[in-house]
Design a protein around this ligand. Structure first.
Ligand SMILES: Cc1ncc(COP(=O)(O)OP(=O)(O)O)c(N)n1
Ligand SMILES: Cc1nc(C(=O)O)sc1CCOP(=O)(O)O
Ligand SMILES: [Mg+2]
Length: 198
């Protein structure tokens, strides 16, 4: 199954309710500072919504909840990998996306046979403080050469006009947060994104 090229990330079911009807087909639920008990019903709602709209749901960080909820996809960063039970994740049949920022992280990720690799921040991001300088498009090209057929997700500072250069550099998928969530008209922005990536 090939993943959609547009991969927005949201932090609530409310966002999914607004955006899935517009045609989003790949989406990440990235909720921070919420305990597993509180998160379980939220993930169940997100699963139901994604099923109804024929979208792939990726759960960020919360691997236990993803396993227990019968999710299909999980995204883990390097620090998440330190504490995650990878064999349990694989036994549950979860597909796995992994964040990478340098060669050591990429080597670690590839050794785990991920289902996609994310590289970031390709451009500067305002979402969170990162120790990584912007990677730039040459790095995207290098990553694609190193990972071959594995899907490459470009993240960090993406805007619709940056999708085409990211694809040309070798990204298969573009992932985005604040360009949508801080936009004055997020629905219009998502329509624009869908046009720019299909
Ligand atoms: C598609 C995608 N790429 C990268 C990340 C970042 O994951 P991580 O480094 O674990 O940071 P948090 O998002 O958990 O703060 C991601 N979530 N999705
Ligand atoms: C969550 C995340 N991870 C990154 C990484 O480089 O691993 S960059 C990032 C934030 C992306 O947000 P925006 O589209 O608003 O820049
Ligand atoms: Mg994480």
């Amino acid at each position: 199954m090939s993943l959609d090229r547009f991969y927005p990330i949201f932090d609530s079911v409310d966002w999914l309710e607004r955006m899935l009807p517009l045609g989003v087909k790949l989406v990440q639920l990235r909720i921070k500072d919420v305990g597993e008990t509180e998160l379980r019903p939220i993930v169940a709602q997100a699963q139901a919504l994604c099923r109804r709209h024929g979208a792939v749901l990726v759960v960020n960080d919360h691997w236990r909840v993803a396993i227990d909820s019968g999710c299909d996809w999980l995204h883990l960063g390097q620090e998440d990998l330190d504490i995650a039970d990878l064999p349990a994740i694989r036994r549950a049949g979860l597909k796995l996306g992994i964040s990478t920022h340098d060669h050591a992280e990429l080597d670690r990720a590839l050794a785990l046979s991920p289902d996609y690799v994310a590289l970031g921040p390709v451009w500067p991001t305002i979402l969170k403080q990162m120790k990584w300088h912007q990677q730039g498009l040459e790095r995207v090209t290098e990553w694609k050469r190193l990972i071959g057929d594995l899907p490459l997700v470009a993240i960090g500072g993406l805007r619709p006009e940056r999708a085409a250069p990211a694809f040309e550099a070798g990204a298969d998928i573009v992932s985005v947060v604040t360009d949508i969530t801080l936009n004055d008209t997020p629905e219009d922005r998502v329509r624009h994104w869908i046009e720019a990536t299909r």
